[in-house]
Write a protein of this length. Structure first.
Length: 566
């Protein structure tokens, strides 16, 4: 009965869009009885319904985001949770982890039993993303084909995990052959594995006069996870420097390196490593560069429908400039990489100048800035323009020279994507003007500006309703006409989350440069004038977008107050 009801729900949605006649629903449901195949596949094969049309209709009807798997890198499927029986049984493929949330690709949005069983077996909360049946099948076949190559993350050998040649390490480090260093190697490998499992973005190894602590940044918040003996600080720093191929004898100046950890024969995770001499030893900070974050798809990032449309429309333009702004750690890189992945087709020549290159993207020409060697943002951009580019991405506009070349590219038939460090979309425009860029160049070249923040997402398992009076809600800036309808939630904390939060969601201010805004720029208007006009044109600022996320139950008012200005 349950299966029949699910099939009827799918058929009803398809009939409303005229993909099947309403009167044939009962006949199709009866015909499917006894068929040993997924229902969506049955419709495609036996009823000649286009799979892409089915996915589009079901995504809209059931409210699930749609993802395209055509170019999905199957090596990103998390190791250790590839359960062949569950994948085949439910025609569902776990795609990637965001914190402690596992996103599962399915073509049938009514098969919620699949999500429950996968959640039970993996221990992760699950969220459904809808995809087209044919591409799902191809992806599943490739994952199962590669399964024999995958390794369980908990079984990785210490030396294999280190990703270095053992003999080379012994040559580089004088004390590497001492027996008492073996626990250091094992401990560091365990720390790196724990960071990956917990969804940390950064690791901090911090020596002090009388203590030594290790902290993880999870969902944007640092928390202490270990306090090893202070006597081990220098040896741990040396071990990390060997793994990063840095000079272990140099302790007086900062150094930068990378570690590549092989999690399977086909999948690895990179760490960007930075050392800094402090009063009591070298502090080491590691950034986890997981390429799966760049493959999320725009529907996973948290844009409102209108904001997503503005961004997608700008990406489809042959020229112009898209600027993403926000503080460090606000998700700017993921927003840019998501846009680049959408644009990354055989017909386009895409080049990026980055400092540093965080995630490798197949099919995109990525250039690592090296100021010492004279490879700067301006010099890289000049070279790009001599190499027949369609799309250019500049990691950050830091000075007038870079800004001028980027704007020239945007005015001469190229789509340019870049970032700035400002607090709002309006301030981004005035920052360019303050750099010395002529107002007419700013007004004519910038297409859209995206200001963003990342807020922690409330744990669905333990969040509780928060009681606030209508006066308190009004003071916080909630819409006056909806005060009586608003329900907010607050964090509690449970075994499934960290302090009541699990994962993060993006908060955005997306501004399209209209003729009126362009006029204000040309007339020398300040950021306040621009922000006022943006409000008149109906664009939500960061605070308003955050309050909408709180009203939807995704996050708490406390968290919105932390990441935006009241």
């Amino acid at each position: 009965m349950k299966g029949s009801h699910q099939q009827s729900s799918v058929l009803s949605a398809l009939s409303k869009q005229n993909l099947i006649p309403l009167e044939s629903i009962d006949d199709i449901t009866a015909e499917f009885v006894g068929k040993n195949k997924p229902f969506i596949r049955f419709l495609i094969e036996n009823k000649n319904i286009d799979g892409k049309s089915i996915a589009k209709v079901l995504s809209k009807s059931f409210g699930y985001p749609q993802i395209k798997l055509n170019n999905f890198d199957t090596t990103l499927v998390p190791d250790g949770i590839r359960n062949e029986k569950l994948i085949i049984k439910h025609n569902a493929l776990p795609l990637y982890l965001r914190g402690k949330v596992l996103f599962v690709a399915m073509s049938d949005p009514t098969n919620l039993d699949a999500l429950e069983e996968i959640q039970f077996n993996t221990g992760y909360s699950t969220e459904l993303v809808l995809c087209e049946e044919t591409s799902l099948q191809a992806c599943i076949e490739k994952v199962l084909e590669d399964e024999s190559d995958a390794l369980d993350i908990s079984d990785i050998d210490s030396e294999e995990l280190a990703g270095i040649d053992v003999e080379e390490a012994k040559k580089e480090e004088d004390n590497a052959n001492r027996e008492d260093d073996a626990p250091i190697v094992v401990f560091i490998n365990k720390i790196l594995l724990d960071a990956i499992k917990k969804g940390a973005s950064d690791l901090h190894f911090e020596p002090y006069e009388k203590s030594f602590r290790i902290r993880f940044r999870i969902d944007g918040i640092l928390s202490e996870i270990a306090k090893p003996p202070v006597a081990l600080a220098s040896r741990m720093a040396a071990r990390l420097k060997v793994m990063s191929k840095l000079d272990i004898a140099e302790r007086r100046v900062p150094q930068d390196g990378r570690i590549k950890l092989a999690l399977s024969k086909k999948k690895s995770i990179d760490f960007r490593v930075s050392t800094l001499p402090t009063m009591w030893g070298e502090k080491v900070v590691m950034r986890i560069l997981d390429s799966s974050s760049a493959m999320l798809g725009i529907d996973m990032l948290g844009y409102d429908p209108e904001q997503k449309k503005i961004y997608m429309d700008a990406l489809e333009q042959p020229q112009g400039m898209i600027l993403v702004t926000g503080p460090t750690g606000s998700g700017k890189t993921v927003s840019l990489y998501t846009g680049l992945n959408i644009l990354n087709t055989e017909e386009r020549n895409i080049s990026t100048a980055e400092d540093p290159v965080e995630i490798n993207l197949e099919g995109i020409n990525q250039v690592q800035i090296n100021n010492r060697a004279g490879l700067t943002f301006p010099s890289a951009l000049r070279s790009f323009l001599r190499q027949d580019p369609d799309i250019v991405m500049v990691g950050e506009i830091r000075d007038l020279e870079t800004a001028e070349i980027a704007i020239k590219a945007a005015q001469t038939g190229h789509l340019v994507l870049s970032t700035l460090h400002t607090n709002s979309a309006a301030e981004t425009l005035t920052r360019l003007l303050n750099m010395g860029v002529p107002s007419y160049n700013v007004a004519s070249s910038v297409s859209i500006i995206i200001a963003q923040r990342l807020a922690r997402r409330l744990c669905p398992q333990c969040k509780e309703e928060e009681q606030l009076s209508e006066m308190q809600l009004a003071e916080q800036g909630f819409p006056a006409d909806k005060l009586s309808e608003i329900t907010l939630f607050k964090p509690v904390g449970c075994s499934h989350c960290t302090g009541g939060y699990k994962g993060r969601v993006g908060i955005y201010e997306v501004i399209k440069i209209s003729p009126t805004i362009a006029s204000i720029i040309m007339e020398g208007g300040n950021s306040l004038d621009i922000a006022t006009q943006c409000q008149k044109e109906g664009y939500n600022n960061l605070r308003q977008s955050g309050l909408i996320k709180a009203m939807s139950g995704m996050t708490s008012l406390e968290e919105i107050n932390r990441v935006t200005t009241a």
